[in-house]
Design a protein. Structure first.
Length: 154
C-alpha cells in the first residue's frame, strides 16, 4: 500500500513539474512580442516624445487688486512646445474658455505673467483661468479661480 502511495506521489510530482515547465515558454512568448514591438517600432516612441513636447502646463496663480470694475490676474505656463498665444479667459459662469472674453499680458517676459482684467461690473462673481495655445492649435487651460468685484462706496 505504501509503495502504491509513493508511486502515486512520484507520478503526481512529475506531472506537476511537466505542466509547470510547459507553461513557462507560453508566458515568455506572450511577454516578448509586446516588448519587442515597442523597440522595433520607433514611430511609437517618436509619437510619445512628440506628444509630450506639445503639452503645455498652465497655472492660474492669483487674483489681486480687485476693484469695482477691474482686477489683476497672475499666471504661468511651462512647455517644450512653441506657444503661439497665452493669456486669461473670463466669464460670469464656471469653466471659461477662449470663446469667452480674453485678456493678454503686456510686455511681461515671464515666467509669470500679469494681466489687467477691465470692463467688469460691480458686485459680480467672475470665473478666471489662464490658457496657452500650442503651434498645433491645441488649447491648454489652468486651474480656475473665482472672485467678486467690489460694491461701489456710497
Amino acid at each position: 500500500m505504501k509503495r502504491k502511495a509513493n508511486l502515486f506521489l512520484v507520478a503526481f510530482l512529475v506531472s506537476a513539474m511537466t505542466s509547470a515547465s510547459a507553461q513557462n515558454p507560453v508566458l515568455k512568448k506572450t511577454v516578448e512580442p509586446a516588448v519587442k514591438s515597442k523597440i522595433d517600432n520607433p514611430a511609437a516612441i517618436d509619437k510619445d516624445i512628440s506628444s509630450k513636447l506639445n503639452t503645455i502646463t498652465v497655472n492660474t496663480i492669483l487674483i489681486s487688486n480687485i476693484s469695482t470694475e477691474s482686477a489683476w490676474c497672475t499666471y504661468s505656463y511651462k512647455s517644450e512646445a512653441t506657444v503661439v498665444q497665452h493669456g486669461i479667459c473670463v466669464s460670469k459662469g464656471p469653466s471659461p474658455t477662449i470663446q469667452n472674453t480674453k485678456f493678454f499680458p503686456k510686455g511681461d517676459p515671464g515666467p509669470e505673467f500679469g494681466v489687467e482684467i477691465t470692463g467688469l461690473s460691480p458686485n459680480l462673481k467672475y470665473y478666471v483661468r489662464a490658457f496657452a495655445k500650442n503651434s498645433s492649435g491645441a488649447v491648454f487651460y489652468g486651474n480656475e479661480l473665482v472672485f467678486t468685484t467690489l460694491t461701489p462706496k456710497k
